[in-house]
Design a protein around this ligand. Structure first.
Ligand code: AMP
Ligand code: ZN
Length: 114
């Protein structure tokens, strides 16, 4: 599996550094964000290293990420709804250059995206 030795999310995926893991399978790991922006803030991350959503991510990896989002929603009791965000590049404020989807919820988030 592709891994970047300097990438913090590759290290979490390989269990080299700790995280609060919410869900894991062969392709994906989901863990709580270190700086939560909502009562529930979990990151869904492919174990293979892709820079962002435009980095040629295979369809089966995207399907596994979608499945993992549903697993997180169930594990975290997000039946009333949640928001997903994936930042790409400087204008989006991406800080970790390993594809990840933020799952945010646990309270009404309002109608605005930002
Ligand atoms: P982004 O701005 O979309 O690149 O988001 C990166 C996210 O990763 C931020 O919300 C950080 O709080 C989070 N983060 C960075 N390092 C860790 C870590 N070691 N464990 C959990 N979350 C992290
Ligand atoms: Zn990585």
């Amino acid at each position: 599996m592709n891994a970047d030795p300097d990438c913090i999310f590759c290290k979490i995926a390989n269990h080299e550094i700790p995280a609060t893991v919410v869900y894991e399978d062969d392709q994906v790991i989901a863990f709580d964000d270190l700086s939560p922006q909502a009562p529930v803030h979990t990151l869904v991350v492919p174990k293979e290293h892709y820079r962002d959503i435009t980095d040629g991510v295979p369809a089966e990896v995207l399907a596994s990420m979608t499945h993992a989002i549903d697993e997180v929603a169930q594990a975290k009791g997000l039946g009333e709804g949640f928001r997903i965000i994936s930042n790409k590049g400087a204008h989006a404020g991406q800080t970790v250059m390993h594809l990840h989807v933020h799952v945010l919820g646990g309270k009404p988030l309002g109608e605005g995206l930002l």
